[in-house]
Structure formats: structure tokens, C-alpha cells
Design a binder for this molecule. Structure first.
Ligand SMILES: [Ca+2]
Length: 300
């Protein structure tokens, strides 16, 4: 499910979230509302308020950094004939907890409201399936949450997925946790909402970010995704120069170098090496407002 941003719907009869500030040119500033989205459409006129979810299940690994919990797009669609206040409750089985227990909004007929739901898993949670229920007065949508260990996680071949990340610094303006570069989401749309790392030292280099792979593995490829949206293109605010390093027992070797990049993602292939960690040494960004901005790093 892909929802348009509230700003695109600003010409509608009601504005459900504030449009982004016109003066905001620095992508390191927090957005006005990073998580709510709205999409207009034709009402089916059934009078129903239907819960919706962006996936039919959630996999929530144990032991990940609390700054990067499992997430799910949730929302509701109004097929009413008239605008009204729509309300949906969010219930999750303990000891799991959700970032909101309620979603409520003024909603015109045919409109869909979307929001990002974060699901926290305490460290001692037993593995297994837990229930997440999205309830409107008309319907209940159940989304199972599967709690698994990191070693059980299906990483699709990406050895960095959900592994521990450490960085040289972290910008404090918004939500830029280092763990977000290994959360499995390589899209730039969640920027400043917890889906990418922004360092804290403008115009000071190098910046480093490391991913522990959970043991010695053979690796030969690293994909790096830097910030790249229509508003914030990589050629203006993305990472330009960096080294890819492979680590084993604390010893680092440079296995690839990227220079002069202007693209949103870069694949680096290199001769296979055994590594228990990968480190990105960021050396320069594009543009005058120089920070390191990384959305995702994948290791194979
Ligand atoms: Ca990410």
C-alpha cells in the first residue's frame, strides 16, 4: 500500500496534517509530521469504516536496538456518505507494545488515513506469534506479529539486516538512529522519522558507521542507500565519497571506494573476504550543508 503525503492532498476540503514548511531546505530539520498520510478516493457509500494495514504479518526480531522497533503502516478508510470523526483502536498482546493505542481523525467520504505504527518487543519476550488487532466500530483486522531471534530472521541474504550498528555521532534534531541503516527499509520516504542515519558533525569528516555481522562471514558485496527524494535529491544532499571496509577481530581493511557519487544507491563488489563487521567511512557529501545521510546498508 502506498499513500500520498498529506502535503499533496492540501487542496482537499480539509487538511488532515500540516503541509511541510515552505522554508525548510535542510533535510536535517525534523518534518512537521513524518508519519501521518492521507489519500482521497471515491466513497463506496456503504457507511463502513475499514481498518487497513500495509502488510498481512509483521516479523519482529528480538534483541534489536529499541530505537529501531518493528513497524507497520496502519490506517482506515471511510466509505461513509458524509464526513465524520473516524476512530480506530490498536490492541497488541502483552508484553509487546504499540506506539499508539488509537487513531482518530476527521475523515471525508472516500478518504484513507495512514499512520506508522511501531511495535516494541521487550528483550525477554518468548518467541512465537502475538496478535495485533485494528478495530473500528464496523470491522476488526488482525495482523499476526511473529517474534523471532535474529538468527531465525529470514534476511534474504542481507547479512546486515537487523544487526547491531554503531556510529561516530548522531544528529539530535529528529529521529536519526544508526540502527535505521540496517532495518530493512531502503526507501527515503521515512527520512527524519527513524529510517535513516544523519551524523552530528556538519562539514567535519570522516564519519563512520559499523555493522556487526554476528560472526565471521564471507562477504563480497555492499549496497549503500543515501538520502534521495524529489525534494532532497542525492546529487544535492546525498553521500558523495566513502570507503567500504571489512573488519575481522577489530582489524579493518578497505575493500571498495566510491568517489563522486550522485545516485541514491551504489553497489560495491569486491573480492570475497571473511569479515565479522562492515564499516562505512564517509568522506564527503554533495552540497554545502554537509552531513552524512545513509538510509540503508546491505551486506552480501
Ligand atoms: Ca533504513
Amino acid at each position: 500500500m502506498r499513500l500520498l503525503t498529506a502535503a499533496l492532498a492540501a487542496t482537499a476540503a480539509v487538511v488532515l496534517t500540516a503541509p511541510a514548511a515552505a522554508h525548510a531546505q535542510d533535510p536535517s530539520e525534523p518534518p512537521s509530521n513524518p508519519s501521518l498520510t492521507v489519500r482521497s478516493g471515491a466513497s463506496k457509500g456503504t457507511g463502513r469504516l475499514t481498518p487497513i494495514a500495509g502488510a498481512d504479518r509483521v516479523v519482529a526480531p528480538l534483541g534489536v536496538d529499541p530505537a529501531c522497533p518493528a513497524k507497520l503502516e496502519i490506517g482506515m478508510r471511510s466509505d461513509a456518505r458524509k464526513p465524520s470523526y473516524a476512530t480506530m483502536s490498536v490492541e497488541v498482546t502483552a508484553p509487546l507494545s504499540a506506539s499508539r493505542s488509537m487513531l482518530t481523525s476527521y475523515l471525508p467520504p472516500g478518504y484513507e488515513l495512514g499512520a506508522k505504527l511501531l511495535i516494541a518487543v521487550p528483550p525477554a519476550t518468548p518467541q512465537g506469534e502475538y496478535a495485533l488487532r485494528l478495530k473500528t466500530p464496523d470491522r476488526t483486522l488482525s495482523v499476526p506479529v511473529q517474534v523471532v531471534t535474529l538468527d531465525q530472521l529470514d534476511n534474504g541474504g542481507n547479512l546486515a539486516l537487523r544487526r547491531p550498528v554503531t556510529a561516530s555521532s548522531q544528529h539530535t534534531n529528529a529521529n536519526y538512529p544508526p540502527c535505521s541503516i540496517a532495518d530493512g527499509d531502503s526507501g527515503s520516504n521515512g527520512w527524519a522519522g527513524g529510517n535513516g542515519w544523519n551524523d552530528a558533525t556538519s562539514r567535519a569528516w570522516p564519519d563512520t558507521v559499523s555493522i556487526a555481522l554476528g560472526g565471521a562471514k564471507q562477504i563480497s558485496r555492499v549496497d549503500l542507500y543515501t538520502l534521495n527524494t524529489e525534494r532532497y535529491p542525492a546529487s544535492s544532499v546525498g553521500l558523495r565519497d566513502w570507503d567500504v571496509q571489512a573488519g575481522l577481530n577489530g582489524q579493518w581493511q578497505t575493500v571498495a571506494q566510491v568517489r563522486g557519487n550522485t545516485a541514491g544507491s551504489v553497489r560495491s563488489d569486491f573480492a570475497p573476504v571473511t569479515a565479522d563487521a562492515v564499516r562505512i567511512v564517509a568522506l564527503a557529501s554533495n552540497g554545502a550543508n554537509d552531513y552524512t545521510r545513509i538510509i540503508e546498508v546491505e551486506v552480501r
